[in-house]
Design a protein around this ligand. Structure first.
Ligand SMILES: N[C@@H](CCC(=O)NCCCC(=O)O)C(=O)O
Length: 256
């Protein structure tokens, strides 16, 4: 059986009705990149039976989203109220992340997922990176086509000795960039794995976590099979999910 990877949904309105939604490319990446079985998790917030869902899963993928993590979670006021938020997703993923890290459940986090992981674990964000002295504008140009928006935008330097360097074996890789927010303070116990040319943190892992953790500001899920770096990262995540699943089944047999 393939490991089950839960993918927390965003809340989106389609017509008059709110939906729990996840984009195809993230769900596809779990299959094509990690060879795992994706399961979209409704963003029920406090109504979610966290214990049951975490007992079911063998991994978690936190997706990107146009919505921002509410800044009250890192003690700030909303800077730009015109930008979208997703309180239901915040109320679902922030406690989910803390509990999953504690249990050693493998996590891969992308863009908004990267940001909510940092906030969940005690960090803070720049609400508008482009307004920070010395930082580039990391947003995509919405007037361009999708292939250009998700094309290479800048390089990231891979920090020597980290898990990302072990996965990729490269000192630097090109990445895409579609975000207006970014890491300000990194949460305690988080390890920088890659930085952009302007010094912005672009990847981290949880040094104190018992399990696999990899959080990426860029989008490896985009046309994943055409990007060898993305396939290596998702391959490592998938293997971590298989290892976690085997250990969980061994524990269950041991207690049977
Ligand atoms: N809203 C945050 C995170 C941006 C993000 O996740 N962008 C990707 C949205 C589209 C997709 O999922 O591919 C920010 O602006 O920093």
């Amino acid at each position: 059986m393939r490991p089950i990877v839960i993918v927390p949904a965003c809340t989106r309105d389609f017509g008059e009705h709110p939906y729990h939604a996840a984009q195809y490319k993230y769900v596809d990446a779990v299959v094509l990149g990690a060879d795992c079985a994706p399961m979209i998790l409704p963003s029920l917030g406090p109504a979610l039976d966290l214990d049951t869902m975490l007992a079911l899963c063998d991994g978690i993928m936190l997706t990107g989203s146009a919505s921002n993590v509410h800044p009250s979670y890192y003690s700030e006021e909303v800077l730009d109220p015109s930008l979208p938020q997703d309180p239901a997703r915040d109320q679902t993923t922030l406690p989910l992340i803390r509990e999953a890290v504690k249990r050693g459940i493998p996590i891969i986090a992308i863009c908004r997922g990267f940001q909510e992981m940092n906030v969940a674990l005690g960090g803070s964000l720049h609400q508008a990176v482009q307004s920070v002295a010395g930082k580039f504008d990391h947003r995509e140009n919405p007037e361009l086509g999708m292939d250009e928006q998700y094309g290479d935008a800048h390089n990231v330097t891979i920090v020597p000795g980290g898990c990302l360097e072990r996965m990729l074996g490269m000192p630097e890789i090109p990445v895409n960039s579609l975000h207006g927010q970014g890491v300000n303070e990194l949460g305690p116990g988080l390890r920088v794995e890659a930085v952009a040319e302007d010094g912005l943190v672009e990847a981290f892992s949880v040094a104190t976590a018992p399990g696999f953790t990899l959080a990426l500001q860029w989008h490896p899920e985009w046309r994943i099979q055409h990007n060898p770096y993305s396939m290596k990262m998702f391959g490592a995540f998938g293997q971590a999910c298989r290892d976690y699943q085997a250990q969980k089944h061994a524990r269950q047999r041991g207690s049977a």
